[in-house]
Ligand binder design. Structure first.
Ligand code: FES
Length: 103
């Protein structure tokens, strides 16, 4: 059983930037890159920093605390001090809504 959750209107997201939403009690960061939308956990895997407070450049989100970078497409940790990937979630756009698969 798949668990697609509505994360809001795609029009409500900032352009080429990161925003935070709460889905099922979990903080999720949503990234817009052009017309694509990606989703990861919002909390960094290195320390207690919120990725939505970071800086998005292309497909890379830079953590605001120690400047670790993740690829927003798959959550891959790209540089030190990160040692762990961040969880990423499949996203689908349907009728102007952002759907995030939480299972
Ligand atoms: Fe994110 Fe350290 S808390 S890089």
């Amino acid at each position: 059983n798949t668990n697609w959750q509505d994360a809001g209107a795609v029009d409500g997201l900032p352009e080429d930037d990161v925003a935070c939403v709460e889905i099922q009690g979990r903080e999720i960061a949503l990234y817009t890159v052009g017309t694509a939308v990606f989703a990861t956990d919002n909390i960094c895997t290195h320390g207690h920093a919120r990725l939505c407070d970071g800086f998005l450049e292309g497909h890379e989100i830079e953590c605001p605390l120690h400047q670790g970078r993740f690829d927003v497409r798959d959550g891959k940790a790209l540089c030190a001090p990160l040692t762990e990937n961040v969880r990423s979630y499949p996203v689908r756009i349907e009728a102007g809504r952002v759907l995030v698969r939480m299972d």
